[in-house]
Design a protein around this ligand. Structure first.
Ligand code: KIV
Length: 266
């Protein structure tokens, strides 16, 4: 099966087929996501929280993102790899933004980048697109803005905010974004946004009316348990399974059961 392209995603929207996306940050998990047939793998800056143990995503650096994107790209045979632009990598000007976005393709092996924001980053979306760097926009709850918005809150609940989100969706589409990630927005508003744009919408905490869905892999697998947002469905409890396996190993070593003759050389 060839690599998923932007054109495949647009076709899926047109044909009413759902798009699947998950995060991954390293080779083994990216390989599992790819083998499972997921369309897009996002190397999210959520890596700060679920891999690096940070409080939020703000300290994640460009070099860290490039390193993890490279690991993921090495594993992704079919899934489209999207690199997430970290805080302050696209805020200081168009030139910086294009240069940093380009690193995801040149050094990270990604096929596209994602950045947070709507009208405020339209000039950067347009400049990247003109430089042949496909961009996924991200509106609604944008975790890099937590200090401005005052925490991880559902967005678009007032009439005014809903109107603003509808406008932002059109603006990023016009700027050239190939897809739009919508986070933590009421589902009826998301349905209106999805109908109003021709590019695919990918939701997280945005209900069922998006063209596709994304989750943080460590949430879905039950590896990250510091907090579990309402929109997460845990499909496994890998943290508990891993801890059980490690405790069995510890017990075997302490009781002299491991290694046995079977695991030893003669
Ligand atoms: O960084 C991330 O993982 C994200 C999520 C919204 C998927 O942006």
């Amino acid at each position: 099966m060839p690599k998923i392209t932007i054109q495949d995603l647009l076709k899926k929207k047109k044909q009413g087929q759902k798009i699947t996306m998950l995060t991954a940050y390293d080779f083994p998990f990216a390989q599992i996501v790819d083998e499972a047939g997921i369309d897009c793998v996002l190397v999210g800056d959520s890596l700060g929280m679920v891999v690096q143990g940070l409080e939020n995503t703000l300290p994640v650096t460009m070099n860290e993102m490039i390193y993890h994107t490279r690991l993921v790209s090495r594993a992704a045979r079919n899934s489209m790899v999207i690199g997430d632009m970290p805080f302050m990598s696209y805020h200081t000007g168009i030139d910086d933004a294009v240069r940093n976005a380009g690193r995801f393709l040149k050094e990270g092996g990604a096929a596209a980048v994602k950045l947070e924001g709507g009208a405020g980053v339209a000039d950067r979306i347009s400049a990247m697109t003109k430089s042949d760097i496909p961009v996924m926009a991200h509106i609604g709850l944008t975790p890099q803005s937590i200090h401005r918005i005052g925490g991880y809150k559902v967005q678009g609940k007032t009439k005014e905010d809903a109107g603003r989100l509808l406008e932002e969706a059109k603006i990023v589409e016009d700027a050239g974004a190939f897809a739009l990630l919508i986070e933590a927005v009421p589902m009826d508003l998301v349905a209106r946004i999805t109908e109003s744009v021709t590019i695919p919408t990918i939701g997280i905490g945005a209900g069922p009316h998006c063209d596709g869905q994304v989750l943080v892999l460590h949430d879905l697998l039950g590896i990250f348990d510091r907090f579990v947002p309402k929109f997460v469905k845990q499909y496994a409890n890998l943290k508990a399974e891993a801890r059980d396996a490690i405790m069995k190993y510890k017990d075997d070593v302490e009781r002299g059961i491991f290694p046995s003759e079977k695991e030893s050389f003669k």
